[in-house]
Design a protein around this ligand. Structure first.
Ligand code: NAD
Length: 468
């Protein structure tokens, strides 16, 4: 006998899928969450955001030990116990996976273990580990299957030498040398982690600048600081002929200078983007439309097949970020439950990159604002003039505000500096509330704080910063 139909079956338990499941439970929808992996949480929790930032935190603490003499602390022979570092990272992940399980129970969501595919509108097939197959009837389906690391053509990752974001998290020792192909968020974050652990890092990017989605000045500043810290950065580089050798990886690269150079590294991280998990999902049995593998959706996250929604990394046109997936989940579930929700506004999506210095940005870059014919005015404030940054011994970077002169509209804010990824919150809130530069100039920024640099940058739009 078939069970009562679900209101919603969600496939994939990453931040998009599990957050949507919680919200569906809060709205009283009868909900199931399907996950193929043994634990809930997806890429972000198990092999993405959380373990990476756990390692980054340890790298930062380690740096404090290495440079403790600068603070007047004598600390002889500090030693990095890398297996313990990995163990700590694993404990953080395990704790949060338990937290997600708790949230499912609390919100009366059925966690179904196995591989889910769409059988057609209103039907999901669940293949359980033991070989059993169940057919679930449901009024709505939410696709939240995420993405997987892209590889260079002809290469495959292994746990020894050629790595993706997955394998690099479980190295048993800090490598002496690391090559990184791709200087997007994954590439620069791992460059930042391993440089601080003492690895000689070579970062190769095919485009003319690192973190190419950021404002050009942010890319320049990060490259400057990376180079100063000893990371070799090669932009405009074409990597060729990657091959495993005895205990190392060899490749050659055509560099921007026109020179061809051979490289040998202990480990090679390939960080050239992620492909959407939309194959083997049964979508060919539906009217769901794809665009280069990504699912096309409307503002309510509806696909072209009524009753089927999509969110997160598989969606065409929004960046592959955990917080975007989660918000798209809120929009989809609200639509299903007949509750109000504002569609995701692509101009107000924060980007956060956990390098040292950290990056946080939202809205248009200066170049994008000029291309869109705004009457652009820029306010910039250097972290070197922020007292809290000096106290922290971390005064590289700046806050840059891109505004429209006509009405003082905030078009974008770009931060590189200590905790830049945290500071961006103020700018996101300001833009969501449609605050003008004038409003933000009147907001009192406490002293001494890092976020004072934002207050100064808003003032700098009119040439009125105090400390620079
Ligand atoms: P990405 O698309 O952000 O960056 C990939 C980079 O690799 C690009 O700069 C691209 O030009 C370069 N590239 C591609 N092919 C190359 C080649 N053959 N040689 C040299 N360079 C090449 O992808 P990613 O860094 O793998 O990250 C994947 C997704 O995950 C992104 O959407 C990213 O924003 C997201 N992510 C976010 C965070 C964060 O929010 N902190 C952290 C990690 C990943």
């Amino acid at each position: 006998m078939r069970a009562m139909p679900y209101d919603l079956v969600i496939i994939g338990s990453g931040p998009g899928g599990y957050s949507a499941a919680v919200r569906a439970g809060q709205y009283g929808l009868k909900t199931a969450l399907i996950e193929k992996d043994p634990k809930l949480g997806g890429t972000c929790l198990h092999v993405g955001c959380i373990p990476t930032k756990a390692l980054l935190h340890t790298a930062e603490v380690w740096q404090h030990f290495v440079h403790s003499a600068d603070e007047g602390i004598e600390c002889e022979n500090p030693r990095l116990n890398y297996p313990r570092v990995i163990d700590r990272k694993n404990k953080i992940v395990a704790k949060h996976a338990k937290g997600v399980e708790f949230l499912m129970r609390k919100n009366k969501v059925d966690w179904l273990k196995g591989y889910g595919t769409v059988r057609g509108p209103g039907q999901v097939e669940l293949r359980e580990e033991g070989g059993g197959v169940r057919i679930l009837d449901t009024k709505n389906i939410l696709l939240a299957t995420g993405s997987a690391a892209r590889m260079l053509p002809g290469l495959e990752a292994d746990s020894q030498s050629i790595l993706t974001n997955v394998e690099i998290l479980d190295l048993t020792a800090v490598p002496k040398t690391l090559g990184i192909i791709g200087a997007g968020a994954v590439g620069v974050e791992f460059a930042s982690i391993f440089q601080r652990f003492g690895t000689r890092v070579t970062l190769l990017e095919m485009l003319p600048r690192i973190v190419p989605v950021e404002d050009e000045e942010i890319s320049r500043e990060l490259e400057r600081v990376f180079k100063r810290s000893g990371i070799r950065v090669e932009t405009g580089a074409r990597v060729e002929n990657v091959r495993r050798a005895d205990g190392c990886v060899r490749f050659s690269a055509a560099l921007a200078t026109g020179k061809q150079e051979d490289f040998e590294v202990e480990k090679l991280l390939v960080a050239v983007g992620r492909k959407p998990n939309t194959e083997n999902l049964g979508l060919e049995r539906t009217r769901v439309e794809l665009e280069r593998g990504f699912v096309k959706v409307d503002a309510d996250q509806r696909t072209a097949e009524p009753g089927i929604y999509a969110i997160g990394d598989i969606v065409a046109g929004t960046p592959q970020l955990a917080h975007v997936a989660a918000m798209e989940g809120m929009v989809a579930v609200a639509h299903i439950a007949g509750m109000p929700a504002r569609p995701v506004n692509k101009d107000r999506i924060p980007g956060v990159t956990y390098t040292e210095p950290g990056i946080g940005s939202v809205g248009l870059t200066e170049a994008q604002a000029r291309a869109a014919n705004f009457k652009v005015k820029v306010g910039k404030f250097p972290m070197a003039a922020n007292s809290r940054a000096t106290i922290l011994g971390s005064h590289d970077g700046f806050v840059k505000v891109v505004a429209d002169e006509r009405y003082g509209e905030i078009l974008g804010v770009h931060i590189i500096g200590p905790s830049g990824f945290e500071l961006i919150g103020e700018a996101v809130a300001a833009m969501e509330a449609e605050a003008t530069i004038e409003t933000m100039r009147s907001a009192i920024h406490a002293h001494p704080t890092l976020y004072e640099a934002l207050g100064e940058a808003f003032n700098a739009v009119y040439g009125l910063a105090i400390n620079a």
